[in-house]
Design a protein around this ligand. Structure first.
Ligand code: F42
Length: 144
């Protein structure tokens, strides 16, 4: 079995642990916001290790929209490069787990459509985009 390396950030690692240990019944929202979170299991692009990244839940039909915002930080999160290198992921949405394939959406009309859905699900994404010079990447995850 491939090695799982938990996030070095305490609050992220603890959310993943609670989410998984409870079978998707606890730890499923972003702290006090009450807004839903999914867990994206991905593969480290250098280590090949299993990585688990909580993200806000934004959906387009049966597809998930993944926003690489990291709170508007100047650099893309590491998981962005993991998904570019290895698009096969697992997504846990509460108690449901799906095998999915992701692709970065670069077409500007499609990106805008998905971005607007994501902002409706989690309004702070808009402030994160204003905070940073980079264009925040948008992925679409579709059932494999
Ligand atoms: N982040 C978002 O970008 N968008 C969201 O919607 C979002 C929601 C969210 C909700 C709940 C929650 O608990 C966290 C949430 N986050 C959200 C934060 C998100 O889960 C990530 O923690 C954040 O985006 C930072 O991602 P990161 O991949 O940069 O994480 C760092 C801290 C990290 O774990 N780094 C690892 C490490 O050990 O330093 C590296 C992990 C890795 O994949 N390494 C690669 C490998 O091969 O294993 C190689 C690294 C390389 O150099 O390329």
């Amino acid at each position: 079995m491939t090695k799982y390396i938990p996030s070095p950030r305490d609050w992220v690692r603890e959310q993943v642990e609670l989410y998984e240990a409870s079978g998707g019944k606890e730890g499923t929202t972003l702290r006090e916001t009450g807004l839903p979170v999914i867990i994206v299991t991905n593969t480290g692009n250098k280590t090949g290790a299993v990585r688990k990244t909580p993200l806000m839940r934004a959906v387009d039909g049966s597809n998930y929209i993944l926003i690489a915002s990291t709170g508007g930080a100047p650099k893309h999160p590491v998981w962005y490069y993991n998904l570019r290198a290895n698009p096969a992921v697992k997504i846990q949405d509460e108690s449901d787990i799906y095998d999915m394939t992701v692709r970065e959406i670069v077409n500007s009309n499609e990106r805008k459509r998905l971005w607007d859905i994501a902002v409706a699900a989690y309004p702070p994404y808009e402030e994160y985009q204003e905070k940073t010079d980079r264009v925040i990447p948008v992925f679409l995850a579709e059932p494999s």
